[in-house]
Design a protein around this ligand. Structure first.
Ligand code: SF4
Length: 305
């Protein structure tokens, strides 16, 4: 580990009065220098409660946007401007407006993995942890448009028994994990508990013992007496799980669950970001206010995420 690099980051953080956030899918070394690690919404909420002047979001663009939506007076930095999320980019605000025009009576629920513009066009946001509770809270006679992740949408349909109109978006990383990847590691460790993220494809989810968001995975392993777990999500998740249960063993389902966008963030880029105050994330006020409302409606249904 480059001690000078770590020292530079600490100094710059103090100078900039910055708080450093790292998503669960970041590399271990980035997670280890962060003030807070976790899921994207939880991190944005935590940062909004600090008196920091600057938020450095080690994650992807929509996450930094969410932080800006909740902390409009703070400077929000994304260390690599190319760190986007293909799923979030699979629906534009214009496409959502067109869909709404076709279904004028429908309510729109959007996964937090979406742009601020799409959140602004939505009635409710949801996370993978609370999507079921959000949909269950909606009047039974209303049609629901669910964007952008079809796989999370199908999981919600199964759990709630409600049919929704699903946008055909997907996470380009989670869908790469195949049934064979899971079966191979299961054959090696037949006693291991299989935890999968709802963004995975349906055949993969059918092989899981538990379908959980990243935050729920941490709680699940802490409460479990099992000693071995197969982790069917982005590979970075293994690091916080090991911290939560140092006595347990965690096995990824193959090697394909790596999000190249998440991994664009490096310690060198974090240092450069703090030094040069780049790349600043801005959300136009009109969009920010509307996006904040759809997030707020979600929090009113399920406080604390
Ligand atoms: S893991 Fe999937 S949803 Fe998350 S940032 Fe990467 S592409 Fe987007």
């Amino acid at each position: 580990m480059d001690q000078k690099l770590l020292e530079d980051i600490r100094e710059l953080k103090a100078q900039r009065r910055a708080v450093l956030l790292a998503h669960n899918y970041q590399s271990a070394e980035v997670q280890d220098i962060a003030d807070f690690c976790g899921d994207s919404l939880g991190l944005s909420i935590q940062a909004s409660k600090t008196d920091a002047e600057t938020i450095v979001f080690c994650g992807v663009r929509f996450m930094a946007e969410t932080a800006k939506v909740l902390s409009p007076d703070k400077r929000v930095l994304l260390p690599d401007r190319r760190a986007g999320c293909p799923m979030a980019d699979m629906i534009t605000a214009e496409e959502l407006r067109d869909l709404k025009a076709k279904h004028p009576d429908a309510l729109v629920v959007c996964y937090v993995n979406s742009t601020a513009e799409v959140k602004a066009e939505s009635d409710y946001c949801c996370t993978s942890a609370n999507a079921v509770a959000v949909v269950e809270s909606l009047p039974g006679d209303r049609k629901i448009l669910f964007v952008p992740d079809q796989h999370l949408g199908r999981f919600v349909e199964q759990r709630t028994g409600r049919q929704m109109i699903l946008w055909p978006g997907y996470c380009t990383t989670h869908v790469l994990i195949s049934e064979d990847d899971v079966l191979q590691v299961k054959r090696q460790y037949p006693d291991a508990v299989v935890m999968a993220h709802p963004e995975c494809s349906e055949p993969v989810k059918d092989l899981a013992d538990a379908l959980l968001s990243t935050g729920q995975m941490i709680k699940f392993v802490q409460d479990s007496s099992a000693r071995r777990f197969i982790v069917v999500t982005e590979i970075g998740m293994i690091h916080p799980l090991k911290k939560a249960r140092p006595d347990a063993e965690f096995f990824p389902a193959g090697t394909r669950g790596v999000c190249p966008n998440m991994k664009k963030i490096t310690l060198e880029k974090v240092r450069a970001s703090l030094a040069d105050l780049e790349y600043q994330i801005e959300v136009p006020e009109e969009i920010r206010v509307k996006a904040a409302k759809s997030l707020q409606r979600m929090v009113e249904i399920r406080p604390g995420n």
